[in-house]
Design a protein around this ligand. Structure first.
Ligand SMILES: *[C@@H]1O[C@H](CO)[C@@H](O)[C@H](O)[C@H]1NC(C)=O
Ligand SMILES: *[C@@H]1O[C@H](CO)[C@@H](O)[C@H](O)[C@H]1NC(C)=O
Length: 660
């Protein structure tokens, strides 16, 4: 998605942040409506009770009554604006907004224009709101005419006045005439995000959340506008400018109408919006910080025929050796005497050239070789300087006919130098204490990859509090762990990992994750637990583990890595390139690019903690970022909860209807 468009989006979603706040907005709008109505009621009663005596009465007495009413109205207004302000203060602007603001430049797409207009309109309403707040603070010093003037402008028919601005915002969401004026800004946003690959990852939010936050902002603006207008009429009535009962009730009807239409439009957009939440591929990738590696699963290995043939003869040629192992080192002055022998399987040997220079890697490296240069000009890896000095490796003749060639093979050796284990334990939130998963990270401890989660306490209407990291439980020497039960070990035969996404059924939330096995494939499984949205109560006893089994009619397709180099060599962030229901196999890096020394894909270990606050989650998955000539990264993703069923325009309380 265009960065400029995003800037706008983020500007609009001033209420960018947690779902808790959104819920607050909805609650608040009800509270405000009730208070506004309460205020109307009070004025009416007081005015009726006074039964406004004839004009013959002292002007002074009149004024006292009006002053009292003014105080009541202003007091109420003050209370409401403070409530709104408190809420707004809690909604932090992300730094990304400020950062991107500086980079904003204009193009002239419909979306850009629409977003610009929306920002202008939202800003103007915010301005009314600010001015009103300042007037409220200064009410004892201001002339009545100033307040009166302001109130009149707040309900004026001038298109630049408040009512016109609110209609303008609404028209962007729900165009009054779709054929004439184009499409809803929500659809334009969805199109735009779908067109250019979604990279909302910088903002740690899903498209779904983005739209939802936008709704949040608009709902908040509507309620501000509604409150200001209602209070303006009250003031005007107190100032003796007229009755305004009818006007106020018309405005309330229109407010309701707009809310219903907006809710419908937002629900429809949310239904289409992607709920996946990714971490970005960083340009500044750091081992141990942003990524980890499986090491020495399958690794390029130079061996002489004579050392891998049981008869120690050289008459078969490299390609004969597809499955063998190291027999012994026949001539210790040769390479075999200098390098650690492969203690596992030696596979897929090939002859490349009879002479080569091998640069061996340092003692603590996961590599065997930095690079290999062949006499015929072929190069494996990035040829450069060599700290340990290069080793010249020459094939030799044995007897007259047989050449004892050096072969390029693959070594599969498990043991203390090969990190290739995956923990299979359940990683769950404390559902007995009503806690749900709020974040996910793949971590590597020792030679083992684990899943680690964050959890938080689920409250009413999707609010989550006390977000915390769940301590990692790692294998210890006391654990009696079993292959296939407690852990999985990658091997030549079992090195596939499924890239799929798992979703909870409606009305369920994510309460756990684990790695599991599906045949020979490693995959992800989720636990989901039903809950009551209104009360926030989980039903722990109805939790279920969800996983995908392969459909025999539609078997998973393999994501093939094409001549994969080390992914950290990619200068630009790698895009998501896997689809649902694919799998990828861990393998060695490309011979030419890297002398087949690394294991790819790498594994993204960035924590996935959705924004600030904690939105509700309903699923998780694994995916791959990559491109041709890159091994890419396997990473976890989360699926945010589908809030669309909960977006319902709450009708105004029935008392409203009969206020006249
Ligand atoms: C305002 O007008 C309505 C009808 O239009 C009437 O019922 C009501 O009594 C009036 N209120 C005041 C305070 O004049
Ligand atoms: C959720 O809880 C509320 C309050 O206890 C109850 O009225 C409602 O029926 C519950 N909803 C569901 C779907 O169980």
């Amino acid at each position: 998605m265009d960065i400029r468009v995003l800037t706008f989006l983020l500007l609009i979603t001033a209420a960018h942040g947690s779902m808790e706040e959104v819920i607050e907005v909805i609650k608040l709008s009800q509270a405000v409506v009730e208070q506004v109505l309460g205020a109307w009621g009070e004025i009416r009663e007081e005015l009726d009770a006074e039964a406004l005596p004839t004009l013959a009465l002292l002007e002074k007495a009149m004024k006292t009554v009006d002053d009292q009413n003014e105080k009541i109205v202003l007091g109420r207004l003050d209370h409401i604006t403070r409530t709104i302000q408190r809420l707004e203060r809690r909604i932090d602007q992300s730094n990304a907004v400020a950062m991107l603001l500086a980079r904003t430049a204009g193009t002239r797409t419909n979306l850009q224009l629409g977003l610009r207009e929306m920002i202008t309109l939202l800003d103007r309403v915010a301005l009314y709101d600010r001015r009103m707040r300042s007037y409220l603070g200064l009410q004892n010093f201001l002339e009545r005419s100033t307040l009166e003037d302001f109130a009149e402008w707040c309900v004026s028919h001038n298109p630049l006045a408040l009512p016109g601005q609110l209609e303008g915002i609404h028209a962007l969401i729900v165009p009054p005439n779709e054929k004439l004026l184009g499409r809803s800004i929500l659809d334009l946003i969805l199109d735009d995000i779908q067109e250019d690959h979604p990279n909302l990852c910088n903002y740690k939010m899903s498209t779904h959340q983005l739209i939802y936050d936008m709704y949040n902002t608009i709902a908040l603006t509507e309620i501000k506008g509604f409150a200001i207008m209602q209070f303006s009429w009250m003031l005007l009535r107190i100032y003796g400018k007229g009755n305004f009962t009818y006007e106020a009730s018309l405005a309330r009807k229109r407010y309701e109408e707009r809310n219903t239409l907006t809710a419908d439009a937002v629900r429809a957009a949310l239904y289409k919006a992607d709920r996946d939440l990714y971490a970005c591929d960083q340009e500044d990738r750091q081992l141990g910080q942003t990524y980890e590696e499986v090491t020495r699963l399958l690794q390029g290995y130079v061996a002489n025929e004579v050392d891998i043939h049981s008869g120690h003869s050289c008459w078969k040629g490299c390609s004969h050796f597809q499955r063998t192992d190291h027999k012994s080192c026949q001539y210790s002055s040769e390479l075999c005497g200098k390098q650690a022998a492969c203690k596992g399987r030696i596979m897929n040997c090939k002859f490349i050239d009879s002479k080569m220079w091998v640069c061996r890697a340092g003692q603590n490296s996961n590599r065997r070789y930095e690079w290999i240069q062949f006499e015929n000009g072929k190069q494996f890896g990035n040829i450069g300087s060599c700290d340990r000095g290069t080793t010249k490796v020459d094939s030799w003749r044995s007897w007259v006919f047989w050449q004892c060639s050096y072969c390029m093979c693959i070594c599969e050796e498990y043991g203390p130098y090969s990190d290739r284990y995956f923990n299979l334990w359940d990683t769950t939130s404390d559902i007995q204490n009503n806690k749900v998963v709020t974040g996910l990270q793949i971590v590597k401890e020792g030679q083992v990859f684990y899943l680690q989660i964050r959890q938080g306490k689920l409250g009413k209407r999707g609010s989550i509090t006390n977000d915390e990291l769940v301590p990692l439980r790692t294998f210890t020497s006391d654990d009696d762990i079993k292959y296939g039960v407690d852990y999985h070990m990658l091997s030549y035969e079992k090195r596939a990992i499924d890239l799929n996404k798992l979703q909870s059924p409606p009305g369920h939330v994510l309460t756990g994750v684990r790695f599991g096995m599906s045949g020979s494939h490693l995959h992800l499984e989720i636990r989901s637990t039903p809950f009551n949205y209104t009360t926030g109560r989980l039903s722990p006893q109805n939790s279920q583990w969800i996983y995908d089994t392969e459909d025999s009619e539609f078997p998973r397709s393999q994501l093939k890595l094409i001549k994969p180099d080390i992914p950290t060599r990619s200068a630009t962030p790698l895009p998501v390139d896997s689809k649902h229901d694919q799998y990828v196999e861990f393998t060695h890096s490309d011979f030419e690019a890297d002398a087949a020394q690394s294991t790819v894909p790498f594994i993204d270990i960035q924590p996935l903690n959705p924004s600030k606050g904690s939105p509700l989650l309903s699923g998780a998955g694994l995916y791959h970022r990559g491109a041709p000539y890159s091994g890419g990264f396997i990473a976890a993703k989360l699926v945010t909860y589908d809030y669309s069923p909960h977006i319902v325009a709450s009708p105004l309380p029935s008392t409203v209807q009969n206020i006249e």
